[in-house]
Design a protein around this ligand. Structure first.
Ligand code: SF4
Length: 620
């Protein structure tokens, strides 16, 4: 008996309109735990090399972990994964909300969408009743609008994961939305859903979840909630959410501004979490079971707009606000709403649009190409480009490919200031004076993203001038943070409130009955990290060290102004960071896991299948 789990995997062939319900393999649960662990395992095992991420052979995996929907605080994370159309490599992204709990109550730890439909459809799931239904009336609608329509049609108790027009039109940074403002934003998974012509997944569950030791789970879960409520920072976190980070990020010179030209926004004080709370926030909003709600439901009113939006969160404030130099929180809120409803990731969307504005300034994009004047600081330029991208109209068709591909297409040196790693646009922290954080972006397994290892506070604590030893901390974080993505809870109670990690392994034990220490869980997280690297090696020809560098502006340009003015990391520093990182990981100098490391992690088959024994003998 598997405790803590829904117990089944639902596999839907959307083209054939058929489905299978498979029992969850206990071995997979024991070795890969759930969420991102299941995604990595399924993608590695089931996707053949050479497939098109937007073709019918790609699979969209939806998964959560054993603590989701249970007694764990903030057990509401749903993970989506597929071969990424943005990067061609391993892709995953997660969202908060209520979907994870609902799919567990319907009996599923994972839902796998296979094939492709010929007409728009949505997946209807009510416990074991599964149907591929016509979605003609929802196709073309905004993500927020379509979610409302589906709830009106099916009932409020259904939880909906849905794409907007950007996903339908295969924009490579289209997201999957849920709960009117939560998104699995990164790596273009909305486009994978769109390529299958799936507008939405609607799920309702009525079953319970059995726990190994309900009394212990109740006691440990309750203690964890109480520990959260007792933390001094909880009040500020609840008041401002992630928007509280904006002032701090500016003061330390980490706030991407004007397409990463600089790292402090002039007049940043007017973008503070406090200002947002006072002027825009209507109410707080929490994910399932969260003791410390960071979601802020707001109203943005400005000249020519009046919208309701969840946010703006820090990342949107940084990439859409700072990156495009929008002058007010209201403008950022409006742009946030436009991108959300179109179904565009606000991080990648902000980077792509900021890059396009700089291209326009430099004459690389002309007025004729753009269809109008464009400029930094103009919310209507941002909204206009977002709409063009989502519709793939005119210049939007080029921008819809993502900043790396768009720069390759437009040329004229525009790749110099196209900010990405591995094709994924950089998220909200300038790291030119933060070596550990820079390394975290360089080596993140989906591309330039902060969620796997947010190491900027380590840089501040140890000293930004120190290089040696930073790799060790980055690797530690790359096992800790993704562990949360395997067990199915939010990590922010650990990051922001300071909850002890051991509390999670204790609760894990009480719920699942698996007698794993924290180290046992972290070892499994390391296994998954190596497996995601294997997905890259399998699917991206020539993959290795060359893919782990920051783009030219981030690697060579001194920061233009602010507290880090003049700072950047030398080429020698970047090489040292990578050398040490590969050494700590047990990989060769080309960033390829060695046979010995893979065997240590129980991934012998991966070494054999990928011929990594050869790479070990003859490293580049
Ligand atoms: Fe959701 Fe924020 Fe709570 Fe995490 S801290 S569970 S993201 S509301």
């Amino acid at each position: 008996m598997l405790y803590g789990y829904g117990g089944s995997i639902l596999r839907v062939d959307v083209g054939a309109k058929s489905y299978k319900i498979e029992p969850l393999d206990p071995g997979m649960a024991q070795e890969y735990i759930g969420g991102r662990g299941f995604i990595a395992k399924i993608l590695y095992d089931e996707l053949a090399a050479g497939i098109d991420p937007l073709g019918p052979k790609n699979k969209l995996v939806v998964s959560t972990g054993p603590l989701a929907g249970n007694l764990a605080p903030a057990g509401g994370k749903t993970h989506f994964g597929a071969l990424s159309p943005a990067t061609g490599g391993y892709g995953d992204s997660n969202m908060g909300g209520i979907f994870a709990a609902e799919m567990k109550y319907a009996g599923y730890d994972a839902i796998i969408l296979e094939g492709a439909a010929s007409e728009p459809c949505y997946i209807y799931i009510e416990d074991s009743k599964v149907e591929v239904r016509d979605a003609g009336k929802y196709w073309g609608k905004g993500a927020i609008d379509a979610e409302k329509m589906l709830k009106d049609d099916l009932g409020e108790e259904f939880q909906i994961a849905v794409i907007g027009p950007a996903g339908e039109n295969l924009v490579k940074f289209a997201c999957i939305s849920h709960d009117f403002g939560r998104q699995a934003g990164r790596t273009g998974l909305g486009a994978v859903m769109g390529s299958k012509k799936v507008k939405a997944i609607a799920v309702k569950g009525t079953q319970g979840i059995k726990m190994a030791d309900p009394d212990a789970a109740l006691a440990k879960g309750k203690a964890l909630y109480q520990a959260c409520f007792a933390k001094p920072f909880i009040k500020e976190w609840e008041d401002y959410g992630t928007a509280g980070v904006t002032t701090w990020a500016n003061e330390i010179g980490a706030f991407p501004t004007r397409n990463f030209l600089t790292s402090q926004y002039e007049g940043y004080q007017k973008l503070s979490g406090k200002d947002m709370r006072e002027r825009m926030v209507i109410t707080d909003k929490a994910c399932f079971g969260c003791p410390s709600p960071c979601g802020k439901y707001s109203r943005a009113v400005g000249q020519g707009y009046d919208v309701y939006v969840e946010g703006p969160e820090y990342e949107t404030t940084a990439m859409v606000g700072g990156g495009c130099v929008l002058p007010s929180l209201e403008d950022i809120g409006y742009a946030n709403y436009v991108l959300d409803n179109l179904g565009l990731d606000t991080i990648s969307g902000g980077v792509v649009i900021g890059w396009a504005l700089e291209c326009f300034e430099k004459g690389i994009i002309t007025k004729d190409q753009a269809g109008r004047e464009l400029q930094f600081g103009d919310v209507w330029s941002v909204a206009y480009l977002a709409e063009k991208i989502a519709a793939r109209e005119g210049i939007g068709d080029i921008l819809a490919e993502g900043v790396k591909a768009a720069a390759e297409r437009l040329g004229q040196g525009s790749d110099y200031f196209a900010i990405h790693v591995k094709g994924l646009e950089w998220s909200g922290y300038d790291s030119r004076n933060a070596p550990a954080n820079m390394l975290a972006y360089m080596t993140c397994d989906i591309g330039a993203h902060h969620s796997r290892a947010w190491a900027i506070t380590h840089d501040l604590a140890v000293g930004p001038e120190i290089i040696e030893g930073k790799a060790k901390r980055v690797v530690e974080l790359q096992h800790i943070r993704p562990m949360f993505d395997m067990i199915g809870t939010c990590r922010l109670q650990w990051v922001e409130l300071g909850i002890e990690l051991d509390a999670y392994s204790d609760l894990f034990k009480a719920i699942t009955g698996m007698d794993y220490s924290l180290d046992d869980l972290l070892k499994r997280s390391e296994r998954v990290w190596n497996l995601t690297r294997a997905v890259w090696i399998k699917h991206v020809p020539g993959f290795g060290r060359a893919f782990d560098y920051p783009p030219p502006r981030m690697a060579q340009d001194p920061v233009a102004s602010g507290p880090n003015q003049g700072k950047f990391l030398s080429r020698e520093a970047l090489e040292q960071l990578l050398d040490e990182y590969y050494q700590v990981r047990g990989w060769d100098r080309n960033g390829i896991p060695t046979e010995a490391k893979l065997k240590e992690l129980g991934l012998d088959n991966v070494a054999k299948e990928l011929g990594l024994a050869l790479a070990e003998k003859d490293p580049a």
